[in-house]
Design a protein around this ligand. Sequence first.
Ligand SMILES: Cc1cc2nc3c(=O)[nH]c(=O)nc-3n(C[C@H](O)[C@H](O)[C@H](O)COP(=O)(O)OP(=O)(O)OC[C@H]3O[C@@H](n4cnc5c(N)ncnc54)[C@H](O)[C@@H]3O)c2cc1C
Length: 335
Amino acid sequence: MAPLNPLEELHRQLSALPRLELQKEAPLHALTRFALGGPAALLLRTADEETLFRALQAIRDYRVPLFILGGGTNLVVSDRGFRGAVISWQAEATERQGPERTADAGIPLQRLVEECLEDGLAGLESLAGIPGTLGGAVFGNAGAYGSTIGERVLEVGTMEAGGPGRWSRAECGFAYRHSRFKSRPGCVLTRVRLRLEPACGKEPREQAEKIIRLRREKFPDDMRCAGSIFKNLLAANLTPDTLAAVPPEIIREGKIPAAWFLEKAGARGLGRGALQVAAYHANLVYNRGGGTAADLAALIRHLKQRVRDLFGLELEEEVRYVGDFPAGESSAPTA
Ligand SMILES: Cc1cc2nc3c(=O)[nH]c(=O)nc-3n(C[C@H](O)[C@H](O)[C@H](O)COP(=O)(O)OP(=O)(O)OC[C@H]3O[C@@H](n4cnc5c(N)ncnc54)[C@H](O)[C@@H]3O)c2cc1C
């Protein structure tokens, strides 16, 4: 028989687990870079695999919705929060084997980039300054300046309610801002093995430093945002008429910046409540302070509508929605 209050029952059972930090009504605005939205009914933090496994089993058994939180840098949390369990995988250890590096997925990506550069390993420098964790980066195949994390992945270790798993790069199904894990709710990325190469000279470090400087100009450290709101568009998916309107020089690696369409649609500087499209970048929305998820979702809808009206194109969010949103926004899948 299903328990009367699954969240209470789950909390009781989880309280017995060692090496697990449990918090009720945990404010997610404090754990996400957009700094908005309501609380998580239950927040679980652990760096222990056995504990993670048992917690995932309990969450499944009580049929409580689950969301996996990384660094919170690509999320829009509903004003009502998330009425389920949020898991934060906190393990951060790394290990070097020749030109390979294995890292726990909770490590901040930038720390891993820095460690590799310190150890004379090249391959991650283009990703310097992307905020969030390694797990979040692999989940969304984060990338910048022509490289993606997926290109470097050899193997991903996971934990699910059914037990641990190992995924080769081919099995991860990496594509532009995509991995197979997006269609595998309840699957926690725990560890990642990466292929790097010995760095020649100072070039990788200099490149990383230059990228970080550029990023700071675009995204000041205290900016409450999620980087780009929308994914860029694959030229191959556009109609010939739309493609003909796009200046060829802005097409890179077969992609057209969503910012170009947004700019043409007059998005720069638009706002709703405390949410604002940057005056210098049409695909960057930030929270001036005290913003709500409802205003952010409405602004995103409005931007999509403008681009639809002008180009007949459907922009797709890069950010993930957490919790309840009006129909139209697709919440990140939950277990
Ligand atoms: C200023 C700024 C600049 C940015 N620039 C870039 C950029 O250049 N390129 C780019 O690709 N992105 C960029 N982003 C977006 C964001 O930083 C990346 O998507 C990042 O990789 C998300 O990692 P995270 O740990 O913060 O994930 P979160 O935002 O916490 O979560 C994102 C998704 O990943 C899932 N997830 C996280 N960790 C795990 C895990 N261990 N197991 C399973 N699922 C997990 C979550 O469930 C969620 O669905 C930027 C964001 C900001 C704020």
